[in-house]
Design a protein around this ligand. Structure first.
Ligand code: NAP
Length: 328
């Protein structure tokens, strides 16, 4: 198989085209011929050291596979081999699937033309959802899905505020809140150049953070049942100040130790999130995409071998839409 891999977890190493033996699935695993891979900030953050790099390094020491380090989580493709003890989930050779790899299970990442995962990490794809669209979904889409369902459930009569509404996670969060959860009001915060774009996603109110204090602007449209911070840099106590009774502040972009402390700060209304793709979490999301309720905006498709260029673009923090790598 071909992968874009680093020689080790040492910070700053390049991603290199690497040929490895194609793995065989164990009894309770499936092998997927990967077509498309979504790029997420976590992919390049892991390469830089820092808290995510350190966590990945520790996992690797205790559980990780030997050999070069393959990063990445998102993938969409077709099952081409099934372990002898896989019996559930309608998974067979030829089933089109979307899913996420899991470092904590000792697996390689998804920047490859082949991945091996367990059945509870994939969901079959509806015929009308293309591989590139599906490949963009797992981490960003599942994180957005969890934000609207797993802390304070968004439903008719409730309001959601999305900070960073034009980004990979934010775009899904706005659409899920409005079109799947049927929130009464969805407010999105983005830069001036993306205001029309975020309105097009279905936001009732779009606030330009360049036009003044975004949280102060949002106050007129609250209180909110959920305030989802996909941008980072917004003070947690001020976000909590916009919450309705029972509401939750969800820190998506909260991978700094300072942000984590907010979870244990009274009145315990901030939550950290880990958008781990699982069958159950992906299912509703994939159905919503298949039904046309949630659209996937792909900013750029690049061949897998251009993963390094994809990371440079993602690191600008200014992409409006997902970058997808094509593996075949
Ligand atoms: N916890 C988890 O499981 C999880 C999962 C996925 C992502 N994340 C993290 O969440 C963050 C966002 O990920 P992403 O994939 O959405 O990244 P992204 O696609 O790069 O989007 C980030 C967006 O933030 C916007 N932005 C920048 N400054 C802003 C501000 N002051 N106010 C509002 N918006 C602002 C930018 O839009 P404009 O150009 O309009 O400013 C940009 O589109 C990253 O830190 C990522 O690591 C965490």
């Amino acid at each position: 198989m071909i992968a874009m891999a680093m020689k080790s977890w040492k910070a700053g190493l390049p991603l290199e085209r690497t040929e490895l033996p194609t793995p065989e699935p164990r009894a309770k695993e499936v092998r997927v011929a990967v077509h498309a891979i979504g790029v997420n900030p976590v992919d390049w953050k892991m390469r830089q050291g820092g808290p995510l790099g350190l966590a990945a390094r520790l996992v690797r020491v205790f559980r990780g596979p030997r050999g070069p380090v393959i990063i990445g989580v998102d993938f969409a493709g077709v099952i081409d081999a099934v372990g002898a003890k896989v019996s559930s989930g309608g998974l067979a050779v030829g089933t089109r699937v979307v899913g996420g790899t899991n470092f904590a299970r000792g697996q390689h990442g998804s920047y490859a033309d082949t991945v091996v995962v367990r059945p509870d990490q994939v969901t079959p794809l509806p015929d009308n959802v293309a591989y590139d669209v599906a490949g963009a979904l797992p981490v960003a889409g599942v994180t957005a899905w969890m934000s609207m369902h797993e802390f304070r459930k968004i439903e008719p009569g409730r309001r959601a505020l999305v900070l960073g509404a034009s980004g990979g996670v934010g775009q899904f969060a706005v659409q899920i809140a409005k079109h799947v959860c049927k929130a009464d009001l969805v407010a999105g915060v983005c830069s001036g150049k993306n205001v029309e774009f975020v309105k097009g996603l279905g936001a009732d109110v779009v606030l330009d953070y360049g036009a003044g204090d975004a949280l102060e602007q949002a106050r007129a449209h609250g209180p909110f049942d959920v305030v989802v911070d996909c941008a980072g840099g917004y003070k947690a106590s001020r976000c909590r100040g916009l919450l309705a009774k029972g509401g939750r502040h969800v820190m998506v972009a909260g991978d700094s130790p300072g942000a984590m402390i907010q979870v244990v700060v009274p009145p315990f209304r901030s939550r950290a999130i880990l958008g781990a793709p699982t069958t159950a979490r992906l299912r509703g999301l994939v159905e919503a995409v298949g039904a046309g309720l949630v659209k996937v905006n792909i900013a750029e498709r690049l061949p897998l071998v251009e993963a390094e260029a994809a990371h440079q673009k993602s690191q600008t923090g200014r992409m409006t839409g997902k970058i997808v790598l094509l593996a075949r």
